[in-house]
Write a protein that binds this ligand. Structure first.
Ligand SMILES: CC(C)(COP(=O)(O)OP(=O)(O)OC[C@H]1O[C@@H](n2cnc3c(N)ncnc32)[C@H](O)[C@@H]1OP(=O)(O)O)[C@@H](O)C(=O)NCCC(=O)NCCS
Length: 438
């Protein structure tokens, strides 16, 4: 039995870069047939972005487009519009992430697609919600992070590095793709009842903001009492009315920080994250593990509220504990005692960890040819009765003939499409001869 959840679902994918492709990548790995529409001769912009070899597609493209089919199609020519219409007639989902207004201009707005195929779900990604004054702006990752209060609350909180800072995680890009995936899966379920596809609008802003909800919690608290006990600024620093950058605090009520470990002078990632929980039993375990039994009877430390007021002394003492041990030794010692703790892991270490090649966490895809094998992040959850498989990425337009034939276009018609610029780039006009020197 084929247990792929989206087996039989056809997706017409007019997305580029990271946000849209990360969504359709997941749909493909869950079993959907994804037909990626790419501009003739050009393709997805990431094919040629950050390449390791100018003749080969970049890892950026490879990591987001495996197991899809690629049709080379100019949707602006009359034939291109007809072919896209044909594809939509057979589609369960149409997804696009062009700049605001571009899909409408092409003639493939939600209303137009709904008229072509009322069962087709329409997924769209833009930078901002439709109600926003920024709704017409083009958007990339940092734009989402700076406008959704992610950057203003991330980074160091004092000194020359007290500047709005981006997260290394793609809160605006892949995170938006994951949010749209949720919307599309909900729309598929809804279609079972209504018999009709709906419009799913996902902004990068809202996807990012959805992960910043605890910052709005902090603002509400700050507005009420004027301080936030979990921040390093408490009790002696200033808050200035807005949620400050949080350095390495845990974010909730527990007391967490990043500590230097043995080797930090030469290794940028010789650090460990250690958390002191709020409840008395966990605190006693921690004190015993750290050898800080005197804290158990000291009123500056033996309640969670007192520890919030004395967090700088706590940071300093745990730092002393960590400095002569490796991040793995600290992790081992403290985790055995039941404390939440984890080593800071570099990308190099992460990708070298064989235990993560479990079929989903990190996966190796064989692209063949000069590229050979590459590593990517697989489906981030596991299902008890479905194991995705991971295949190569298509070449630009690699499935054009197959797709056009399946739509009923003859070889002669396909040759005409190639000649008139619908599926192949038109030859460049010869350059005008240089004007004779005067
Ligand atoms: C990413 C973004 C900033 C790029 O903007 P851009 O450089 O203008 O590129 P776009 O892909 O949107 O569109 C460029 C043109 O190519 C056209 N185009 C794209 N694919 C096409 C195709 N297969 N056939 C014909 N035309 C095509 C578009 O219709 C558009 O034409 P227009 O300028 O005449 O309207 C913009 O698409 C955007 O803001 N998208 C929404 C948010 C998003 O997903 N951002 C990316 C996060 S990773």
């Amino acid at each position: 039995m084929n247990t792929a959840p989206l087996q039989g679902i056809k997706v017409v994918d007019l997305t580029e870069v990271q946000s849209g492709p990360s969504c359709t990548q997941l749909l493909a790995w869950l079993g959907a047939e994804v037909i990626k529409i790419e501009r003739p001769g050009k393709g997805d912009a990431t094919r040629k972005e950050l390449q390791f070899n100018p003749d080969l597609p970049s890892y950026y493209f490879l990591q987001l487009n495996s197991d899809k089919k690629s049709i080379s199609l100019d949707c602006k020519t009359p034939d291109g519009k007809q072919i896209l219409t044909d594809l939509i007639k057979e589609a369960d989902i149409f997804v696009e992430n062009l700049h605001p207004g571009a899909a409408d201009k092409l003639g493939f707005s939600w209303e137009a697609v709904h008229a072509i195929n009322p069962k087709c779900i329409y997924g769209t990604i833009k930078g901002f919600p439709l109600s926003s004054k920024y709704k017409d702006l083009k958007a990339y990752e940092p734009i989402a992070q700076v406008t959704a209060a992610a950057a203003s609350t991330t980074g160091w909180y004092e000194g020359e590095y007290n500047i709005p800072t981006q997260s290394g995680a793609a809160l605006g890009d892949s995170n938006t793709g994951m949010h749209l995936t949720i919307g599309l899966l909900a729309a598929l379920m809804q279609r079972e009842k209504t018999g009709e596809g709906c419009y799913v609008y996902q902004s990068m802003h809202n996807a990012c903001l959805n992960l910043c909800r605890i910052k709005t919690r902090d603002q509400l608290t700050l507005d009420k009492i004027g301080y936030l006990t979990q921040f390093p600024q408490y009790p002696n620093g200033k808050f200035n009315g807005t949620v400050p950058r949080s350095g390495n605090i845990e974010g909730g009520g527990v007391l967490g920080w990043t500590y230097k470990c043995k080797g930090w002078e030469t290794d940028d990632n010789a650090y460990v994250y250690v958390i002191l929980q709020r409840d008395a039993k966990s605190f006693e375990l921690a004190c015993n593990a750290l050898g800080f039994q005197d804290w158990l009877t000291n009123p500056d430390f033996n309640t969670a509220d007192a520890r919030d007021r004395h967090k700088q002394e706590i940071y300093a003492r745990i730092q002393q504990f960590c400095i002569d041990k490796t991040k793995y030794e600290v992790t081992d010692l403290l985790s055995k005692a039941g404390m939440p703790v984890g080593p800071v892991i570099s990308t190099k270490e992460l990708m070298a960890d064989e235990s993560l090649y479990d079929g989903n966490t990190l996966v190796k895809i064989n692209q063949g040819g000069e590229i050979g094998e590459f590593v990517t992040v697989g489906v981030p959850f596991t299902m008890s009765n479905y194991q995705p498989t991971y295949g190569p990425c298509p070449s630009l337009g690699g499935n054009t003939a197959e797709i056009l034939s399946s739509l009923g276009y003859s070889e002669a018609q396909q040759a005409e499409f190639a000649k008139n610029g619908t599926t192949e780039p038109l030859p460049k006009a010869p350059e005008a001869p240089a004007a004779p020197a005067k």
